[in-house]
Design a binder for this molecule. Structure first.
Ligand code: GLU
Length: 445
């Protein structure tokens, strides 16, 4: 069996850590199995979705490197949904309803007062042809509900094992709105069947949908067992709240703007909620180690500080070629190798570039004037190389009897403007004699 999976975002917002995770897991599973990864835009709800969000989702997926094998939009497939709906109408599984929102609310209230679950009472199932025609003649337009089976739906979830949804505890879902537009619950099934989807991988919040959708699959005459379901537990924010409440701060675009690398996000999300430690690997290697069995069935905590730690680790290993285009113009490999070990975020390289190639103004270092003038006097002539720093500081040590912090700190502060930072040995030749001399003079004044 050749695996076909899909990531199916609704273009109603930006991708964030919570919904990028199913995208990644679908992608990794497809690549591991040598299968196909499809992108489907669930855009039939025109009141909520926008083309801008759709474009942003595509952009974010490209940025993460999750290239899809094929892409389609539900809004292009309305005829297919109509056809499938006709089939369900003919078999009596899709039935017309006319109750208004207010009527439904009143019924729910009444049921609750009687101690019954506030689910739809199926009153419209007993509508006669005559009553139906009268309603139409009076200008009403029906919406359509799916008549759920009265047996529970059971499946073996690839993440959480045996799952069961009691359909009798759920209202018959509306699949077609009064304006004729189909709802996700339905369109998703039609597409999954038509595209030969073999595995549906999505969040735990879709468990009830899965129960309903398995019932719809069977009603359309297909075998529900042809699709495997995997529901990954949801992510929570640091305080245990559902992550969806915090989507702005952890949208991929804000993480990108903050300077988080896609590789760190991939490593973090691929391991989050599983027994594995995050590993900074290529997508190809991530896919090789991907395994549903590693995922736990309980929710996982999304922790920005862990993501930052991975980002740091990743930056420290990145090659110049991987970052050159994002470094300040003129930045060299020697510069990158000198500073990468000190970066939390790539953007910070800009500050160090100012140190080596710009005109930073160091502070005047109180009480160190004589020492810094001595340092200027002993500054070696160019050309400079990796041993210049030790040649210079050894000469200063001999001349002043200083050692350790008192020897090095005033120099670092004068040359970089900071007390901490990258190793001075590779930095010194990059700053060059002219800048070093100018800074020593300023700091000594
Ligand atoms: N559009 C749905 C969502 O974003 C898709 C869920 C699914 O994978 O079926 O939640």
């Amino acid at each position: 069996m050749s695996v076909v999976v899909r990531f199916a975002p609704s273009p109603t917002g930006y991708l964030h850590a919570g919904n990028a995770r199913p995208a990644l897991l679908n992608y990794l599973f497809a690549r591991k199995m040598g299968g196909k990864f499809l992108l489907r835009l669930d855009d039939t709800d025109v009141s909520r979705g926008t083309p801008e969000f759709a474009a942003a989702i595509e952009h974010d997926l490209h940025w993460l490197g999750l290239e899809w094998d094929d892409m389609f939009r539900q809004s292009d497939r309305l005829a297919m949904y109509d056809e499938a709906a006709e089939k369900l109408k003919k078999s009596g599984r899709l039935y017309p309803c006319f109750e208004s929102e207010a009527e439904l609310a009143a019924k729910r209230d009444q049921r609750q007062k009687r101690g019954l679950a506030p689910i739809y009472d199926r009153a419209m199932l007993s509508l006669t042809q005559e009553q139906y025609e009268r309603a139409i003649a009076s200008g009403k337009t029906p919406y359509w509900r799916f008549k759920l089976s009265n047996t529970p739906v059971v499946w073996n979830d690839l993440v959480s094992g045996k799952r069961e949804v009691k359909l009798t505890a759920i209202s018959d879902p509306v699949l077609i709105r009064a304006d004729g537009s189909p709802l996700y619950t339905f369109t998703s099934v039609v597409d999954d069947l038509d595209k030969g989807i073999t595995h549906v991988i999505r969040g735990e919040d879709h468990i009830t949908n899965t129960g309903v959708q398995i019932d719809i699959i069977a009603a359309l005459g297909a075998n529900p067992n042809r699709i495997g379901f995997a529901h990954v537990p949801l992510l929570t924010a640091g305080d245990g709240q559902k992550l969806s409440k915090r989507t702005d701060s952890i949208s991929l675009r804000s993480l990108r703007n903050d300077g988080i690398e896609p590789g760190a996000i991939i490593a973090y999300l691929a391991a989050l909620g599983s027994s594995a430690d995050p590993q900074l690997l290529s997508l190809h290697d991530q896919s090789k180690i991907f395994d549903f069995k590693k995922f736990s069935a309980s929710s996982a905590r999304f922790d920005l500080t862990q993501l930052m730690a991975l980002n740091r680790k990743l930056l420290h290993k990145l090659n110049f070629a991987d970052v050159q285009s994002r470094l300040p113009t003129g930045a060299t490999e020697a510069f990158w190798l000198a500073v990468r070990g000190n970066l939390d975020l790539l953007n910070e390289a800009r500050g160090y570039w100012d140190v080596v190639a710009g005109t930073i103004v160091p502070p005047v270092i109180e009480g160190e004037g004589d020492y810094l003038r001595k340092a200027l006097e002993l500054l070696p002539a160019e050309p400079w190389n990796d041993s210049t720093w030790s040649d210079w500081t050894n000469a200063l040590k001999a001349a002043t009897d200083r050692r350790g912090k008192t020897l090095y700190m005033p120099l670092r502060l004068a040359l970089t403007g900071e007390e901490h930072g990258p190793e001075m040995k590779p930095l010194l030749p990059l700053i060059g004699r002219v800048r070093v001399a100018q800074r020593l003079v300023i700091a000594a004044s």
